[in-house]
Design a protein around this ligand. Structure first.
Ligand SMILES: *[C@@H]1O[C@H](CO)[C@@H](O)[C@H](O)[C@H]1NC(C)=O
Ligand SMILES: *[C@@H]1O[C@H](CO)[C@@H](O)[C@H](O)[C@H]1NC(C)=O
Ligand SMILES: *[C@@H]1O[C@H](CO)[C@@H](O)[C@H](O)[C@H]1NC(C)=O
Ligand SMILES: *[C@@H]1O[C@H](CO)[C@@H](O)[C@H](O)[C@H]1NC(C)=O
Ligand SMILES: *[C@@H]1O[C@H](CO)[C@@H](O)[C@H](O)[C@H]1NC(C)=O
Ligand SMILES: *[C@@H]1O[C@H](CO)[C@@H](O)[C@H](O)[C@H]1NC(C)=O
Ligand SMILES: *[C@@H]1O[C@H](CO)[C@@H](O)[C@H](O)[C@H]1NC(C)=O
Ligand SMILES: *[C@@H]1O[C@H](CO)[C@@H](O)[C@H](O)[C@H]1NC(C)=O
Ligand SMILES: *[C@@H]1O[C@H](CO)[C@@H](O)[C@H](O)[C@H]1NC(C)=O
Ligand SMILES: *[C@@H]1O[C@H](CO)[C@@H](O)[C@H](O)[C@H]1NC(C)=O
Ligand SMILES: *[C@@H]1O[C@H](CO)[C@@H](O)[C@H](O)[C@H]1NC(C)=O
Ligand SMILES: *[C@@H]1O[C@H](CO)[C@@H](O)[C@H](O)[C@H]1NC(C)=O
Length: 555
């Protein structure tokens, strides 16, 4: 008896059942794209991430391929961000010239044909949102950029253009801030986008509108709700609406103090924050176009070391994106880039790669290139959403206190079974750090109401702790991906008696119907679940990777 109690003690809520309907519920999302989980790459750094035709960045291409082979389609990419608003296309420049201030801020990005050729390094099914300079208030600059991209990028891949970045934050050098509001933005945006589309001979709507920075509260200067009310969609150029999301920030000391792992890794906070965009999504739907989050990450002003460069960021990405899909955001572009210095003169960070980046593409200083601890979230998302184009998602609220710590998502995939849920994602957001005392708490979910007395297979996203910053210690289905290839034996677990155990600070993807999917190269290894192995081996220690990355800046 004592023995049983000891075994049961850490498994809080043992045998908990979830209120998962056996037929599609009314709050099921629209069909989710296999490319739902996409990337925004800071405009000035696209060639740093992917290289160019004479020197491709194989690590970046390999990591994206690991996602693509699981999702069945490549993620989309948005070369965009704050640096686009001082960019110029110059056909006499081979690749990229960056003009920097003495403190490392980029005040001009000049790019030529080689920059655009970099886009062709990606899978030829990749869809791009190509950002144009709006900040300089010169239609000539924007039109020259649009013409160059239109001539180079195959039309089937140039999903949309975007005009500028975060126009709700333009300063007095960029616009007359005394008159700049939703109405003046809408009128200028419709004028420019109509003019560019007509110059290029494009008939169908081809622009992502807005890309606003501010949270859509009552004080926000320009929101989707506002520009829809101002008639932006009547200009015939809106392909999608976009707003950005950054719940936390290191841009100033007050917000920096709030950007902690316990605040970030909080299911209730994540869902409450995403819920703020529901009226914006509805406004886009009211004029029949999709709503995307064209740029987002957990902590603005380039993340925070010890927070966004840990395994916690993987749980944050998975929960934010699955919840975003469930409320009908059409695609989410996670921002990758570098500290730009001009973002804020109070920010905590100094020049270098952003601490929230999903991978570091090049060596700089003593830092090796490689995947970050958060990379595995994209593999979980790819396999959870799947390749069918027939996947819909509903969030499930666990009973009692578990409701605020367990991110649970039921996934219907019509290609597998149109009536019953096919897959289930369980993210246990309870905090367990590397140094937290054993035993590691866990929850056990009893899935027998869904699958009877049978067993289910599952894949686990885990690490020795939430604050793990060594990417080789972070695994998806038993494998780590630090150097771009899967290392280790793939482990597809079998949970006997339909009871699935998820430890604090890890996530699982459960296959309720059909076989476990994925890249398909692994050999299944039996397990009763519960003890995701940390995979603590690896060639590079986290500590050495955290070292300085100065020296890379002049790309
Ligand atoms: C799951 O585990 C609980 C106890 O934790 C047990 O009561 C239940 O019978 C198990 N479910 C199945 C289907 O065996
Ligand atoms: C391609 O990348 C290499 C290595 O970074 C660089 O030396 C070269 O100048 C680049 N070529 C162009 C056209 O930008
Ligand atoms: C896209 O790439 C695939 C695989 O490399 C190739 O077979 C196909 O011909 C390419 N399609 C186009 C339109 O270039
Ligand atoms: C574009 O604007 C930036 C400031 O936002 C300025 O530094 C740059 O010189 C401008 N470029 C041109 C061509 O006007
Ligand atoms: C944009 O505005 C300018 C200046 O008012 C005007 O000359 C031009 O015709 C407008 N273009 C379009 C496409 O509406
Ligand atoms: C997170 O949620 C908790 C509980 O709802 C709340 O007390 C806290 O203020 C939130 N934190 C942030 C930073 O939003
Ligand atoms: C999913 O949709 C895309 C875009 O329409 C298409 O290219 C792809 O073939 C579809 N995949 C499946 C499995 O139907
Ligand atoms: C969605 O519906 C399911 C089943 O009806 C329910 O358990 C869940 O709480 C709902 N979720 C939301 C966010 O309304
Ligand atoms: C769908 O799932 C239900 C419930 O498990 C099952 O009865 C049905 O046979 C499944 N249909 C298919 C086509 O697999
Ligand atoms: C886990 O570590 C984080 C970051 O070091 C810290 O903020 C948090 O308080 C720790 N939580 C627990 C439960 O140890
Ligand atoms: C990645 O590491 C594994 C194991 O050390 C090795 O077999 C593989 O060749 C490496 N791949 C690359 C691209 O370096
Ligand atoms: C799986 O095998 C295919 C074909 O051999 C290969 O292209 C792919 O990279 C492999 N995936 C993994 C995760 O090793």
């Amino acid at each position: 008896m004592l023995c049983l109690l000891l075994l049961a003690a850490p498994a809080l809520g043992a045998g908990t059942t979830l209120p998962i309907p056996t037929s599609p519920p009314p709050n099921l999302s629209a069909y989710v794209s296999p490319s739902f989980a996409s990337f925004s790459i800071e405009f000035a750094f696209f060639p740093t991430f992917f290289g160019n035709t004479s020197a491709p960045n194989q690590l970046s291409l390999d990591l994206v391929q690991r996602i693509t082979e699981r999702a069945g389609a490549p993620p989309s990419f948005r070369p965009g961000g704050i640096t686009v608003d001082s960019s110029i296309y110059d056909s006499s420049v081979a690749g990229l010239d960056l003009d920097e201030s003495s403190t490392g801020g980029i005040y001009r990005t000049t790019y030529g044909p080689g920059y655009l050729e970099s886009l062709a390094l990606l899978d030829n099914r990749t869809q791009f949102v190509f950002d144009l300079n709006f900040g300089n208030n010169s239609l000539d600059i924007a039109l020259a950029e649009a013409q160059a991209a239109f001539q180079t990028v195959p039309s089937g891949q140039l999903w949309a253009f975007e005009l500028g970045n975060e126009p709700d934050q333009y300063n007095s050098e960029q616009r007359d801030t005394s008159t700049w509001d939703a109405a003046t933005y809408t009128s200028e945006w419709v004028n420019w986008t109509s003019s560019i589309q007509s110059s290029l001979g494009i008939d169908a709507p081809r622009f992502v509108a807005l890309g606003a920075a501010e949270d859509p509260t009552s004080t926000a200067l320009i929101t989707t709700v506002d520009v829809v009310a101002d008639g932006i969609a009547q200009g015939g150029t809106v392909k999608a609406f976009s707003q950005h999301m950054y719940q936390y920030s290191t841009c100033d000391p007050v917000r920096n103090a709030l950007a902690t792992l316990p605040n970030l890794i909080n299911h209730a906070n994540i869902t409450a924050y995403v819920d703020e965009w529901k009226p914006q999504i509805a406004a886009a739907q009211s004029v029949g176009v999709p709503f995307i989050v064209g740029e987002f990450n957990s902590v603005s002003c380039s993340g925070k070391t010890g927070v966004t460069d840990t395994f916690g960021q993987a749980l944050w990405i998975a929960d934010t994106m699955l919840y975003g899909a469930s409320v009908n955001i059409s695609k989410m572009f996670l921002h990758q880039g570098a500290v730009l210095v001009f973002q804020s003169n109070l920010q905590a960070n100094t020049p270098g790669f952003s601490h929230y980046d999903t991978w570091f593409p090049v060596t700089s200083g003593t830092t090796s290139p490689g995947a970050s601890p958060s990379f595995v979230a994209y593999l979980l998302l790819a396999e959870a959403i799947g390749a069918s184009n027939k996947t819909r998602i509903a969030p499930v609220t666990a009973p009692g206190d578990l409701g605020s710590t367990l991110g649970a998502y039921a996934i219907w995939d019509d290609a597998v079974n149109a009536t019953a849920p096919s897959r289930l994602v369980l993210l246990n957001m309870d905090i367990f750090n590397i140094t937290s005392p054993s035993p590691r708490p866990a929850v056990t979910i009893d899935l027998s109401p869904l699958v009877g007395q049978g067993s289910v297979t599952l894949k686990r996203m885990t690490a020795p702790g939430l604050d793990e910053n060594d990417p080789t210690a972070v695994t998806w289905s038993g494998q780590q991906f630090y150097n771009g290839t899967a290392v280790g034996q793939e482990s597809v677990e079998t949970a006997a008696a339909a009871n699935v155990t998820v430890q604090a600070s890890e996530g699982v993807l459960v296959f309720l119907q059909g076989a476990a999917s994925g890249a398909g190269n692994g050999t299944s290894t039996g397990s009763t679940g519960g003890s995701g192995s940390g995979g603590s081996g690896g060639q590079t220690s986290g500590a050495s990777r955290r070292a300085s990355i100065f020296g890379w800046w002049r790309v």
